[in-house]
Design a protein around this ligand. Sequence first.
Ligand code: UGA
Length: 438
Amino acid sequence: MRMTVIGTGYLGATHAACMAELGHEVLGVDVDKSKIEQLAAGKVPFYEPGLPEVLERNLASGRLDFTTDYQRVADFANVHFLGVGTPQQHGSYAADVTYVNAVIDSLVPLLEGDHIIFGKSTVPVGTAQELQKRADALCKEGTTVEIAWNPEFLREGYAVKDTIEPDRIVLGVREGSRADEVAREVYKQSIDSGTPFLVMDLPTAELVKVSANAFLATKISFINAVSEVCEIAGGDVTMLADAIGFDERIGRKFLGAGLGFGGGCLPKDIRAFMARAGELGADQALTFLREVDAINMRRRDRVVELSREILGGVLGRRITVLGAAFKPNSDDVRDSPALAVAGQLSLAGAAVSVYDPEAMGNAAKVFPTLDYAESVDAALEGAELVILATEWQEFRNLDPVHVGELVADKRIIDGRNVLDVAAWQGAGWEMWALGRSL
Ligand code: UGA
């Protein structure tokens, strides 16, 4: 099939490359010229394991191309995927749908014939219906444009696998839609291999996406709230999570207690969901998400406070923060708990050295005043306190004896509960963690 993908950020670039990998002919478009030039040259503008190979392979096969020209997009195909960003609005909790609207405004007047636009962006419920009205008003005579919603559930770090072999495919359609049939053809390979394909109305499809992210955020904050109690009561949150996780109804995944969630999705999505519920008059329904957000933010403060307690104040003290990305296998620092901790400590007067295997460039753009070390060893040199803030495998594998020779004082906070306590303590380290006393 021929199709276009509009927006080539995380979601769009991955979707475009993976659809070509599935054998489709794909044209990706973005208004950002430098992004398009990089992608067309086979360079992925962010860190995503496996994606560069898929991109290169499909550019070489001729099935994948990129452009900034909307006319080419209009002429190329009758099936379009919309994957532009919906960031948090400045000064509000709501999602900003400016870019989504702009796509409709740029593309629809150029279309001829019958087209379907599959929205993939995370949007406030009701957006698809609004976009349909917008598209209808902009359509040339004799042209039809149908808006369907096909939310994306990919995780950064596993984006290729999640796109090629998703857990489920969700499709929201209006009455009398043709989109169902078209989507079945697009995703034929996944559907044939048994991936559940769920067709529903537009508002449900929009809500599925934000509900999934809100549930994941709630699960993380649940365990982090219990973590706060464990700290006072002398319990161990990791053992507790193992124990409750064996109950299949609960499950152990996303019960990783620690510094909490960040990134470009979970934090903004719970806020936008609350804002939208309020707009719709369901004021009370999602107020608990405010608590989910607050619990999450308190974990960052707790690590800063713990550092103060351990060092007797952080002013002028040398602290090494391991990690800047919001999670491992990503170079994304949007709303990163690691960077928030490093930043707060630095603003409180500590000399903070940061190392991250992939996110240093992005971190330096957001927080240029931190000291970014060239290697993990260089970052650890002379540290009076080490904080493991993002659980990269490289940090999990650190040898406590070797690290002990680099630092000034063998003190570490395991902000993600991933280190081998016996090994580190055996090497003479004093350890602290969130949700358990060591
Ligand atoms: C999330 C969802 O998992 C995806 O399904 C969704 O498609 C995506 O948002 C999106 O809306 O685009 P992502 O932001 O890549 O994906 O990251 P997650 O793997 O969900 O992790 C989010 C945060 O939670 C990270 O900061 C991670 O460190 C934290 N986390 C995760 C914990 O603190 N504890 C856990 O047990 C698990």
